[in-house]
Design a protein around this ligand. Structure first.
Ligand code: NAP
Length: 305
C-alpha cells in the first residue's frame, strides 16, 4: 500500500515528487511513455525562472528528477492501464494491480502532429508544437503555423514578434477560432493565411533541419513548395487521461476537471499540470500545480488518518 502514487515525470509530476518526498511520504513516481514529459522534446528553455542563461529542457528535467530522488522519491517505469477509485485506490500498471491511499495524476498532454512519415525525427529541428518555447529562435525568417483554432491564431500572433512572416496553413476556408482571436490574427499584416491547404511533406536542408514544406491546395489539387524555417503545429493536444476517463470528471476535450485547487471529483485523487490545464501549458505553471497537488495530498492524508 502506497501513501501516494504520482503518475508522470514532467514538471508537474516531479515537483509533486519533490514536495511529497520532503513531507516524508515516500512517493512512488511512475515514468510513462515519455519520461520527463514535453520538456524533453525542447531544446533551450529561456522562461523558467532562475535560469537567466536558459537551460536545456532535458537538463532541467534531469535536475528535478535528481532533486526528487535526493529526498526519497522512488521511480518506476510503467504505464497505467486502468484505474479503480476506492479506499484504497487501485491502479493497473503493466498488468499488475497496485494500491495507494492518494493519487496525483500528472500524466500531461501530447501535442498532435500531422502524421507525415518521418515527422517525429524533425521535432526540435524546425518542427515544434510550442511557439512560446521556440518562437524566439526564429527571428527574421519565415515560419508557418498549422491549424485553424484558438491555439493556431494565438501562436501565429505571438510569432509575428519574431518571424519575418507567418503563414497560417489551414485545411478549410474559415477558422474555427473564436472571433476575437481570428480577427486579431487575420488583421496582422505579417500573418498570411493559406486556405484549403495542407502540408504533404517537409523539406530539409543538409543538416536535417526544416527548410520548407510541400503544400497541397485541396480546392484545385495543385502542389507547391514554400520556403520557411520552422513549422509550428497547433492542431490541438490530447490529454493523457484514457485510463481515468471512466471514473474521473473530464471536460468535453478530455482534460481532468479540478474541483477545488487540484482536487478532482474523487476523494484523494489530485490532478496537476497539462492533464488538467489547456490554457497556460507552461513548465512553470505545471510545476506550480505539482506543488499544490502535493500539499493538498499531504493534508488530505493527514485528515483521513
Ligand atoms: P482546436 O480548437 O481543436 O483546433 C484544432 C485546429 O486544428 C482546427 O482548426 C482543425 O481543423 C485543425 N486540425 C485538426 N487536425 C488537423 C489535421 N490533421 N491537419 C490539419 N489541421 C488539423 O484546438 P486548439 O486550437 O488547440 O484549442 C483547444 C481548446 O483550447 C479550444 O477549446 C480552445 O478554445 C482552447 N484555447 C483557448 C485559448 C484562449 O482562450 N486563449 C488558446 C488556445 C486554446 P478544423 O477547423 O478543420 O477542424
Amino acid at each position: 500500500m502506497e501513501n501516494v502514487i504520482i503518475v508522470g515525470t514532467g514538471c508537474a509530476g516531479l515537483t509533486a515528487a519533490i514536495y511529497t518526498a520532503r513531507a516524508n511520504l515516500s512517493p512512488l513516481v511512475l515514468e510513462g511513455r515519455l519520461p520527463g514529459g514535453q520538456l524533453t522534446t525542447t531544446t533551450a528553455v529561456e522562461n523558467f525562472p532562475g535560469f537567466p542563461e536558459g537551460i536545456d529542457g532535458p537538463d532541467l528535467i534531469q535536475r528535478m528528477h535528481a532533486q526528487a530522488e535526493k529526498f526519497g522519491a522512488r521511480f518506476q517505469f510503467g504505464t497505467v492501464e486502468a484505474f479503480e477509485p476506492g479506499t484504497p485506490h487501485r491502479l493497473k500498471i503493466d498488468g499488475n494491480w497496485m494500491e495507494t491511499k492518494s493519487l496525483i495524476i500528472a500524466s500531461g498532454a501530447s501535442p498532435r502532429y500531422l502524421g507525415i512519415e518521418g515527422e517525429k525525427t524533425l521535432i526540435g529541428h524546425g518542427l515544434t508544437s510550442c511557439a512560446t518555447c521556440d518562437g524566439a529562435f526564429y527571428r527574421n525568417v519565415p515560419v508557418c503555423v498549422v491549424g485553424g483554432g484558438d491555439s493556431a491564431c494565438e501562436e501565429a500572433t505571438f510569432l509575428t514578434r519574431f518571424a519575418s512572416e507567418v503563414y497560417l496553413i489551414h485545411r478549410r476556408d474559415s477558422l474555427r477560432a473564436s472571433k476575437i482571436m481570428a480577427d486579431r490574427a487575420l488583421a496582422n499584416p505579417k500573418i498570411k493565411p493559406l486556405w484549403n491547404t495542407v502540408i504533404t511533406s517537409y523539406i530539409t536542408d543538409t543538416n536535417g533541419d526544416v527548410d520548407g514544406v510541400r503544400l497541397k491546395n485541396l480546392s484545385d489539387g495543385t502542389e507547391s513548395d514554400l520556403a520557411l524555417k520552422c513549422v509550428f503545429v497547433a492542431i490541438g493536444h490530447e490529454p493523457n487521461t484514457a485510463p481515468f476517463r471512466a471514473s474521473l470528471a473530464t471536460d468535453e476535450n478530455g482534460y481532468l476537471v479540478q474541483t477545488t485547487g487540484t482536487r478532482t471529483n474523487i476523494d484523494g485523487v489530485f490532478a496537476a499540470g497539462d492533464v488538467a490545464d489547456h490554457v497556460y501549458r507552461q513548465a512553470i505553471t505545471a510545476a506550480g500545480q505539482g506543488c499544490a497537488a502535493a500539499i493538498e495530498a499531504e493534508r488530505w492524508l493527514a485528515d483521513s488518518e
